[in-house]
Structures are given as C-alpha cells and as structure tokens.
Design a protein around this ligand. Sequence first.
Ligand SMILES: Cc1ncc(COP(=O)(O)O)c(C=O)c1O
Length: 288
Amino acid sequence: DELEGAFKDNTKAVIIETLGNPNSEVVDIEAIAKIAHAHKVPLIVDNTFATPYLVRPIEYGADIVVHSATKFIGGHGTSVGGVIIDSGKFDWIAADKHRWLIDPNPSYHGLSFAKDVGAAAYITYIRAILLRDTGATLSPVHAFVFLQGLETLSLRVERHVENALKVAEFLNNHPQVEKVNHPSVTEDESQKELYKKYYPNGGGSIFTFEIKGGAKEAQAFIDKLKIFSLLANVADVKSLAIHPASTTHSEDSEEELAIQGIKPNTIRLSIGTEHIDDIIADLSQAFS
Ligand SMILES: Cc1ncc(COP(=O)(O)O)c(C=O)c1O
C-alpha cells in the first residue's frame, strides 16, 4: 500500500535494494515488480548486498539490476566500479514514460534507441550516451580486479554467509545486546517468510545490532575490536564495523534515522571470511 501510494505521474522507475543497508531487511522483489509493472515503470534492483550468487532478481521480474562492484565483486575494498545488467524485457515503447529512449536522438542521426536497438535499448543508451558524455570509464586495472574477484565470488560469499549466520546467533544470545537486525533471527513473520523464499542458502553478511547503552557504549565497543577494522566499506574479505549514526548516516535528521531504524546504539558489521572462532573471540573481548 505504501508503494502504491508513492507513485506520481512523473514516476520513472522503482528502485530497491535486495537487502537493506544497514539493517538487512529482505525485500519482496516479485511483489514489487508486479506493482511497478502495473504502473508501467521498470523495477531496478540494487543487488550489491545479495550478489548474483545468492539472488538473481531478473528471475523474479526485475528489469534492470545494478551492483556496486566495489563490494563483494571486488571483495577487497581496493577498487571502485559498478555493473548494470539490462534484462531487455521492459517495453519502453508501450510504457511511453521515457521519451529519451524513444525520441530520435540527434547525436546518432535520429536513431530511436527503443525502436531501432530493441531489447538492448536501455543498456545501449547508457553506453552510447551517458558513458560518452560523462566519461565514466572503468580503469583497466580495476576491471582486472573485478574479473578476478568474480572467480572467487561464490567461495567468498559462502564463507561470508556461514560466518554471518553464526555471528547473528552469537549476538542474539549475548546479554549485552538489545537487538540483532538480521533476517535469520528476526521475529517479524513476513521477514521470516521472505528470507526463506529468497535466501534458501542464507544471506546477509552486512547487518546491525543494538548494544545495551547508547552511542558511547557503541563507539567504545568498536574501538576495542582488534580483528574488525573501523571502515565505511562493506563486503570486504576482512570484517568491518562502524557506528552509522555518527558516520555513514550522520547527515540524516533524527526523523530520517528513525525511519531507517538507526539508533545511537546501532553498530553495523560487515562479516568477513576470517575463521569464525577468531571473529567471535574478537566480538567477545570487545564486550568485556
Ligand atoms: C548497496 C549499495 N549500492 C551502491 C553503492 C555505491 O557504490 P560505489 O561506491 O561503488 O559507487 C553502495 C555504496 O556504499 C551500496 O552500499
């Protein structure tokens, strides 16, 4: 209902993340795709946090999928880049909401991307127009890093998930933890259902927990961590921790923080691929 009420005449697309940042909420891709299509707009899914190894949004009706390759695809937080995947399934002409794809383009001798390029209209427009005009070209060494990263993506994500599920459980049973925001330990029935449907192999190595106390206790906990690095990155092979309210989300008002479920005692973790015993030992000593 909330999404239905948000559409306006000039709405061009619906954009969602497969797992919310920072609280790892699971999104119903299939249901949202149906609503977007009923309003004649494409569904764009940012699949950075789930990765194509865990979730393939086009199979659930997404039209375009984007990834920050800076995260799991690279895997080591060393390179900045992104990926856009066009399913080729959205009918831009029937929707008639994106005239820049339909109208003759004077810089390509009057070519209409939607009519003349067909299924690859959107991605061709991005390459032929946006890439040309903005020069946003990946450096060769970063392209190499990402291609090499893809070769170990499945191995890494398997370990990220295995570790994350154990950490979520550990924190959920810890007396100094107020709440863990992870779909594997949620009490929300609809989140449980969605997690079962979209993540049969588990998921969500970036999530938050609320430590007992306030910002002071959260920051002190992070300062005590030895294996976890205090970094705004996510999805590196090394484990990371940050205090969202005073860093990544510090520009948000109190109301905006509340809407996103970010409290003064919220700590975001990005669980890496180290040995789980070392990760748990580090978290344990930071509570002491
Ligand atoms: C889910 C998600 N999508 C996109 C981005 C943007 O990524 P980049 O820094 O590679 O442009 C981020 C960055 O934090 C992210 O977390």
